[in-house]
Design a protein around this ligand. Sequence first.
Ligand code: RUB
Length: 319
Amino acid sequence: MIPDEVIRIARDIESMRIRGAGNIARAAVKALRITVQNSKAGNIQELLEELRNTAQMVIDTRPTAVSLPNGVRYVSKRVNEELKKNPTLDELKEIVEKAVEEFMVNSERAVARIGEIGSKRIRSGDALLTHCNSSAALSVILTAAHQNKDIKVFATETRPRFQGHITCKILRDAGIDVTLIVDSAVRLYMNKINTAIVGADAVSSNGALVNKIGTSTVALVAKEARTLFFVATETYKFSPETMIGELIEIEERDLEEVIDREELEKIGSPKVLNPAFDITPPQYIDLIITEKGIIPPQAAFTILQEEFGWLTGVKEQLF
Ligand code: RUB
């Protein structure tokens, strides 16, 4: 039986009440803790099955964000190591709780570290542009502002879900000069921008970025205008599956996020597409700011290999 609270978390991720790659990974990992705390398992095999069910449920909520399986993997790896030591049921539960706590702390620390590292690349007087709402990208901007650098930020609305409004609120609350623009105004203002900075839902082994729909347009326009394009991301958003040729699935969301049914009928019921993310090729990315340091997109493979070694292509068993 999957606990109600876990089902609620899965629904909240699906409906984007909980959103952003980092937040959803933390919520997914928290769901594993809730599973253990509410467990009815009488033995280790039953506990592992409960964990597997929760893992599958949370991973399936949003297919693009690699942070979800990678967050779950972090806990699963610790459990698999512990299993070799023949633990008791209670010992195994304790390991899950510890691993969850570690993931939470490390992931928050990574965001802060990205801010410290990335802010060194922001100068006083810079005009920045950000798309969507990324805590990693905002960490860089907010840290630069805390260092008393005089910065201006252009924030895109980010149709259809308007995450740009959240970005504006956070930056305005921090006293930063922010201008909200429609997504299609990016080219008009790009010549005024020194650096565009965005977050990541996934980074593939060739250094391509998967992030909120419209990101690749921002990158293309930045390249053409000779504006720097930075990605701020924790390394757990790098996709190990891409090392063995898997493609990252682009989530397609409900058309009603784009247009309501009544208006749709009024305009003759055209087909509607609503992809949540797009792909930015590595040649449009100047650098990737991670908690481990600044890397060129070409170094994505090295990061993945350090973390996951050489993958065999055999699908690993989670828990
Ligand atoms: C959010 C989005 C963000 C990344 C990174 O998309 O594309 O840029 O998830 O965010 P959605 P963070 O709103 O569909 O979840 O840096 O906070 O992990």
